[in-house]
Design a protein. Structure first.
Length: 102
């Protein structure tokens, strides 16, 4: 999970600088991550997610907050709202709101 967090941190820092990574660049980063992580299943989920994004959806993902991205990652890994809420120390209703919002 540490490698994945580092990749997301890098992507977010690039976004803050005003640069946007292309879909291909993100996929390249994720493919490279597979070779250094033991969490290949999580990385494969992200690869699938990004490879199936259309431009409209991709633009929506670029507007998500750090917390929303965290919740999205847990959802993508099949975690229930209850488990996500416990992991992030939030209420289940907050997680449900995130789910409905996006």
């Amino acid at each position: 999970m540490a490698a994945l967090k580092e990749i997301l941190k890098t992507i977010n820092s690039i976004k803050k600088e005003g640069h946007l990574l292309s879909k291909e660049e993100i996929l390249s980063i994720l493919e490279a991550t597979k070779s250094i992580t033991t969490h290949k299943e999580s990385v494969n989920s992200l690869i699938f997610f990004f490879s199936t994004l259309d431009i409209k959806t991709q633009n929506k993902v670029n507007t998500l907050t750090k917390r929303e991205l965290q919740v999205l990652q847990y959802i993508g890994n099949g975690k229930s709202s209850i488990r996500i809420a416990k992991k992030l120390n939030l209420s289940t209703s907050t997680i449900e709101t995130h789910r409905k919002k996006h």
